[in-house]
Design a protein around this ligand. Sequence first.
Ligand SMILES: NC(=O)C[C@H](N)C(=O)O
Length: 593
Amino acid sequence: AEKKESPKAAAPKAAAPAPASGATSTTFSVVGSLAGAFIFTFLWLLPSSESHNPSAKWLISSLQSGASVICQSASSKMTTSVERAQYSDRVPIRSIILRPDGGSGLAGQQARVGGWVKTGRKADKDAFAFLELNDGSCAGNLQIIVEADKGDLGQLVLTGTCLQVDGVLKLPPDGKKQKVELQVEKVIHVGVVDASKYPLPKTRLPLELLRDYVHLRARTNTMGAVARIRDELSYATKRFFHERGFRYVNTPNITTSDCEGAGEMFQVTTLISEAEKLEKNLIKNPPPSEVDVESAKLIIKQRGNDVAQLKSAEQDGKIDYSQDFFARQAFLTVSGQLQLESYACALSTVYTFGPTFRAEKSHTSRHLAEFWMVEPEMAFAELEHDMDCAEDYVKFMCQWLLDHCMEDMEFFADKIDKSCIDRITMSAKTPFARITYTEAVELLTEAVKNGKKFENHVEWGIDLASEHERYLTEVKFQKPVIVYNYPKEIKAFYMRLNDDSKTVAAMDVLVPKVGELIGGSQREERYDVMLSRMKEMGLPIEPYEWYLDLRRYGTVKHCGFGLGFERMVQFATGLDNIKDCMPFPRSAGRADL
Ligand SMILES: NC(=O)C[C@H](N)C(=O)O
């Protein structure tokens, strides 16, 4: 059988390029440098201006317009539009194997590819080797065939080896699995691997174990697919908001405001000011350990907001932020919302998309200490508009996944969660359910009456637990559900008080598999109501004076929401742990690299 696989048996003669179906292709043929023995046309998906590289072995004929024709005629399985390896000396593997014909139409073309060996094996008494090469441009691998005189096959077959080669694309003898393969003519680069030390074997490692190698795990099929899905969702996000007139605003990562008022912030300080503080404490208040505990307690108090006590502590010199870089206590942001509101109250429709940080010590599969959040904010808009925008945005992303990421979605359906494509299709097409918090509690109570067991007690006033959210989305409605009008006691100070004085105009979008994907609200725009709410909640007023200004001067009804980007990735892929939805996850007890 191996004899039949011999690469020579199927080596093609020079073939004409795939016709660019009526396109005004700029294809031209040149005489090869090797004595002009035969004419071939080289498919190189670069613009012609970049193709005159004197160091190239071949002259290159650009098929730029041909490439776009290939893509226009693509089925929905094709993942993106025009694809060219700009700024790189290679053809992306995706533009070979993700064509509707699987690449067979390119047989006879020369191509330079680069990537990392997934698996490799020698064949025909070590006369040649078959290598599966992946360059991350798509989930699939290109099979390449190297003969023994072209390189050290023992080295090349090792998983993880980096390889760049020139070769000829040809039809494989059986053509069942692969529609095209590459017969290597010249090895240009080899990045060797010491197989005895390389931590990623060719077999699948559990995702948990892979987290010990965050610097290498992008080379695995799963993390490669996650990276592409993240990129597509992030691009879809920008498209969605930009096309609807939202302006992208960069809100600060370092802030002095606690948006959620929950005290889950990481403090930002410098090593030097910390050392100075400690020194000061040592002189003033020995022994240091007790003082440190005391200072920490006071900081916590401040988050619980006994400002007077804090002030006197500052005066006593126990806490002295004047030595700090910012001359006051600064934190990593938990949300860009407050600053975004100031832009919404000027540019009307804005959004931000950036990292946010929460010092929640929850060890769950749904929480990260650093996560990305997409936050739109709209002036002249109320809760209803907020829900409409949230639903449209989630639907848009789901449709985007179906239109542009099918290859990777099929991978997740096959390897991780077989229902992920159905879930995303349903979410793209079906209207979300909308129920009030009160109705949600009634439904949960009814479920309990009918024998459903929840770990968390159900009554009006509770914060919905993840098991409740999943019951509503997975059992009761079997689709995304928007729950709105929550009790004010369990929601943040900035949410607009409803006429019943018991609930606020908040909404959460809950989705199957993940639970809460989005949290948002109509903001309290009435100065007096906001002030009394803040006092009622014991919040210090001084740090929020600037925020109150937005109500003092030219206030307007406005609303917004935040979508946890990694939760969206989890929703799409079906991955069990959110740590695998983030390239470099940070959580309590862990921040590698
Ligand atoms: N922009 C938002 O409404 C998100 C909200 N601040 C949150 O952190 O949940």
